[in-house]
Design a protein around this ligand. Structure first.
Ligand SMILES: [Zn+2]
Length: 327
């Protein structure tokens, strides 16, 4: 320790480097300190466009909601500790979860097709941003030719209307026939889904009369056809999108947690109305996309919500797209 009043080795070094810096500046000492750069807060990507054959696909982040989880939403029939152990082994927190909402817009060259319509405006400060971001992505609401609704839940139909008016005034609407009928008739709606039905009646039913009601394997436009994905909701549809031999599956809400539901498809999910049907749909679609190496967009996969399912020894894993689509 240096004695009081003496010059330590470190002080001496500081003086030398200070003198050197002074010399380098040609004897001019800056007398106004540079202001520290302001903190700007988190910035998240929210628009991602890629090519699929001759099609252009744009994923837009309608928003996100953070809350408690993953258990008991995911692994609803499993001990909390088991679910927490799986997600923490992948660096996620044990008791916090983020749900993201990604709308997919496909430009076929002939039609602009939008899958789902996002949350109601103002559902939360961090969700319901689709209509603003659509213009940032280069599209006007009037340009949307077809709106396809994968299923009738609020985060998918809530953005169809704003102030009682259609947000996409020139669009043709496409619903799964079974899904539309279920929410429209309103029979056997579980208590937990009463509000879902109410919103569906307000936001989606007005489009029903002029809408196309799709069968399980019906065609939306050339290159886009439905794939049965019942379970999460009674008539949910996934979609197979193909252009010039390039394929993509939009699996809607088949799996909504990229670890818990992809690695453990058999774990029940609280939001799946028919839990065992949800399991069967996950297995069938995971087997299809992993065997044929078909890329996937998933409404609740981490943004840009694009990746693959790889078969592993015990099950499956989510492999997010990196630069695959940029090449
Ligand atoms: Zn959803």
């Amino acid at each position: 320790m240096a004695k009081h009043g003496s010059v330590t080795h470190r002080d001496a070094l500081t003086m030398v480097s200070g003198a050197a810096a002074f010399g380098a500046l040609g004897g001019v000492v800056p007398h106004v300190a540079q202001a520290a750069a302001p903190m700007l807060g988190v910035s998240r990507p929210s628009i991602y466009r890629f090519k699929l054959g001759a099609f252009e696909v744009t994923n837009i982040l309608d928003g996100y909601v953070q809350g408690n989880g993953p258990h008991p939403i995911f692994g609803n029939n499993q001990p909390a500790e088991m679910v927490r152990a799986l997600v923490t082994s992948h660096g996620l927190p044990a008791t916090r979860h983020e749900n993201t909402y990604t709308v997919t817009v496909v430009n076929t060259g002939k039609e602009l097709v939008m899958f789902d319509a996002g949350n109601p405006h103002g559902r939360s400060p961090t969700s319901g941003h689709l209509s603003g971001l659509l213009s940032a992505a280069g599209y006007k609401p009037e340009q949307i030719d077809v709106v396809v609704i994968t299923h009738g839940h609020p985060d998918h139909v809530g953005g169809l209307m704003a102030d009682g008016k259609p947000v996409y005034p020139n669009a043709r609407y496409v619903f799964g026939a079974r899904e539309f009928d279920y929410w429209n008739k309103g029979e056997n709606i579980p208590d937990a889904r009463k509000a879902t039905r109410e919103l569906f009646v307000k936001a989606a039913v007005p489009f029903g009369e002029k809408a196309t009601m799709l069968k399980e394997d019906g065609e939306v436009v050339s290159g886009i056809r439905a794939v049965q994905a019942f379970g999460h909701s009674p008539g949910m549809l996934a979609f197979h999108i193909e252009s010039d031999g390039k394929r993509l599956i939009n699996w809607a809400d088949t799996a909504n947690h990229y670890i818990a539901s992809v690695q453990r498809p058999e774990w029940h999910v609280a939001f799946d109305q028919d839990k065992e049907a949800g399991v069967a749909t996950r297995r069938r679609i995971f087997d299809m996309v992993s065997a044929d190496k078909i890329p996937v967009v998933g409404y609740h996969m981490p943004f840009p919500a694009l990746g693959w399912v790889e078969k592993t020894g015990a099950g499956y894993r989510w492999a997010p797209a990196t630069f695959h689509f940029n090449l």
